[in-house]
Structure formats: C-alpha cells, structure tokens
Design a protein around this ligand. Structure first.
Ligand SMILES: O=C(O)CC1=CCC(=O)O1
Length: 96
C-alpha cells in the first residue's frame, strides 16, 4: 500500500544544537536505509519550510504507524497521512 505522508519538523527552540544535530543525523541514517529497502519511496523537501512530503510503500497502516513512530524525530514532527490508490488514468504500473 502506498501512503502520502507530510511531516513538519518542530524542534524546540531551546534544544541544544548538539542534541538537534544528533537527532537529524540519526533520522537521516534511518530514512536512507528505508529508501534503500524500497519502503520510503520518495522524500521531497517542501520549498521554504522545514517539512517534507514522502511516499511510503508498506503492507498496511499498522506497518506505517510502527515505522513513523520509530523515527528519531517523531516526537518533534506533525505528521499527516493519506492513503493512496491507483489512478485509472495512470500509465505507470508501479504505482500500487
Ligand atoms: O528534514 C525533514 O524533513 C525530516 C526528515 C525526514 C527524513 C530525514 O532525513 O529528515
């Protein structure tokens, strides 16, 4: 199943720089591994915002929930999830 996930990062302003850098570094490693695995299909920065729009390919909403809540930045993100299904006019056969 494909899901569109919009994440907005809201790190506390008083978080020490070293802690923020460590969180971002760990998040990056996790995100890149999930991309290599094919689970995190797309990761796009939203221009002008500390936010991203992503496409995840997972078995179901339970798997997505487990994955998102395990992200290092999860406690500091607002996350919106939308389930996707195939568009009848799509010419791509990998968008399922
Ligand atoms: O910077 C972000 O949008 C949050 C994030 C998700 C994956 C990653 O590496 O950073």
């Amino acid at each position: 199943m494909l899901f569109k996930v919009a994440m907005t990062v809201r790190l506390p302003h008083d978080m020490p720089r070293a802690q923020a850098d460590e969180l971002k570094s760990t998040e990056r490693a996790v995100a890149q591994q999930l991309q290599r695995d094919g689970t995190w299909r797309h990761l796009w920065r939203v221009a002008g915002r500390y936010a991203n729009v992503s496409i995840f390919d997972v078995a179901d909403a339970d798997e997505l929930h487990a994955l998102l809540t395990a992200l290092p930045l999860f406690p500091y993100m607002d996350i919106e999830v939308e389930a996707l299904c195939r568009h009848p006019s799509s010419i791509h056969d990998d968008d399922r």
